[in-house]
Ligand binder design. Structure first.
Ligand SMILES: [Fe+2]
Ligand SMILES: [Fe+2]
Ligand SMILES: [Fe+2]
Length: 423
């Protein structure tokens, strides 16, 4: 069963990253357009490679989470470029369905003379150079300088960029201006349409779509040490409960997707709130609660409606005391209730900035109390209580590789950044 297509997953990634900083994706899309045109001018690339470079261009600064880093990147002569390059490399290598593009992301700020000495294929070097030049061309254009971009970049031939990619840039620039009556294109819509067109023309496989979705979800969960396995735990518990409640294969798949997407909007919540070590002030709590609205905006029109509704109802309670709608029992489907309970179990059994991880007894007694108070689905509570140990064993099995990736990425980061700074 297919719940979203290539374009949907690209849109979801872009909308989600827009909440980190809109400059990130605007810049990525314009860079992607330039990369696409340069590859067309070069010729000889298959559609899959062009599509891959388009999506990698959109995501090339995905490693930049901190505002000060993003501000750095939109300047021409940036300070330390390695931090976001290495994070981006690690995300793409460990979390994306296209690990082979990780070196392109790692090297997208490396000057040509030094790039020549790096141990990787010529093809990777050329892709890194195309991305590098397209990236700098966009940054320069955004600064609104008077000098034509090609003249400005020319002075960096040999020191930042190879003559070969500079010539490609000139070629595409000429073609572009011929098409546009002597001007450069300006509108985001037109860039976006071409870049998404490359993705439409050569769609991703279902595995790749799921891979991108998980990359996005894990990169959000990884922002806080406490939530590294929250989504995967919620999803695994939801699926186990759905099976035990005989939800059927089709609905279980929708529940799995709804659970995967349920906290997407947390990308727009500052880490200081996510990691606040105590009870949140009413103001901060209200802010925290907006993550459901953000999820709604991100998913709008991109995913099956039933899946979206499952994702958006995970904080509703059967007595109407939940949020954001305050819906009651009659308004909430079994699928929505299952994910709501699973989300609670994941939070109880995990550590949080304000609490330790609760053991089985404590978790089950809280669930029982909430069930008796008429807050959460009694059927889900019953199946989870009955099979708690087996289900949590399955949860652990699914979480282990994610935790390994998380710890591996931290160690790898420290190793690689040293090497890169000495390149
Ligand atoms: Fe960058
Ligand atoms: Fe949530
Ligand atoms: Fe959650």
């Amino acid at each position: 069963m297919r719940l979203m297509n290539s374009e949907n997953v690209a849109n979801i990634m872009m909308r989600a990253l827009d909440y980190v900083d809109p400059r990130l994706i605007d810049h990525g899309v314009r860079t992607g357009y330039c990369v696409l045109r340069m590859m067309e001018a070069d010729g000889g690339y298959d559609k899959g490679t062009v599509r891959d470079m388009c999506i990698m261009s959109i995501l090339h600064d995905i490693g930049a989470y901190k505002t000060e880093e993003i501000s750095n990147m939109v300047q021409f002569e940036t300070g330390d470029v390695w931090e976001h390059s290495v994070y981006g490399y690690l995300f793409i290598k460990n979390l994306s369905p296209m690990p082979e593009y990780a070196p392109v992301i790692l090297l997208h700020h490396l000057e040509y003379p030094r790039l020549k000495g790096v141990d990787c294929s010529d093809e990777t070097k050329k892709k890194a150079q195309i991305l590098s030049l397209a990236d700098r061309a966009d940054v320069y254009r955004q600064m609104g300088q008077q000098q034509p971009v090609e003249e400005y970049l020319k002075r960096y031939v040999g020191t930042k960029f190879s003559k070969e990619v500079y010539d490609l840039f000139l070629k595409q620039q000429k073609q572009e201006r011929n098409e546009n009556g002597g001007k450069d294109r300006q509108e985001r819509e037109c860039y976006l349409d071409r870049v998404l067109g490359a993705i439409r023309e050569q769609p991703f496989s279902d595995e790749q779509i799921e891979g991108f979705l998980k990359m996005l979800i894990f990169s959000i969960d990884f922002r806080s040490e406490h939530t590294v396995i929250h989504t995967i735990t919620t999803t695994a518990i939801s699926v186990e409960a759905a099976r035990r409640l005989n939800a059927g294969e089709r609905l279980t798949e929708k529940i799995r997707h709804g659970a995967l997407l349920h906290d997407l909007g947390k990308i727009g919540i500052p880490v200081e709130i996510l990691e606040f070590p105590g009870k949140l002030s009413p103001q901060a709590m209200n802010y925290m609660r907006t993550h459901v609205d953000l999820t709604e905006k991100i998913l709008d029109g991109q995913v099956d409606d039933e899946v979206t509704q499952i994702a958006l109802r995970h904080h509703e309670k059967l007595d109407g005391s939940g949020y954001p709608k305050g819906w009651k029992e009659a308004d909430l489907s079994l699928a929505q209730r299952i994910v709501a309970v699973s989300d609670i179990v994941s939070a109880l059994t995990g550590t949080r900035s304000y609490k330790e991880a609760y053991d089985k007894e404590r978790t089950l007694s809280i669930l029982q109390r909430m069930k008796c108070e008429g807050l959460i689905c009694p059927y889900t509570v019953d199946v989870l209580t009955e099979s708690f140990d087996v289900i949590m064993e399955e949860v652990k099995r699914q979480c282990r590789p994610i935790l390994d990736i998380y710890t591996g990425m931290k160690t790898e980061y420290n190793d690689i950044i040293e090497v890169c700074r000495n390149l």
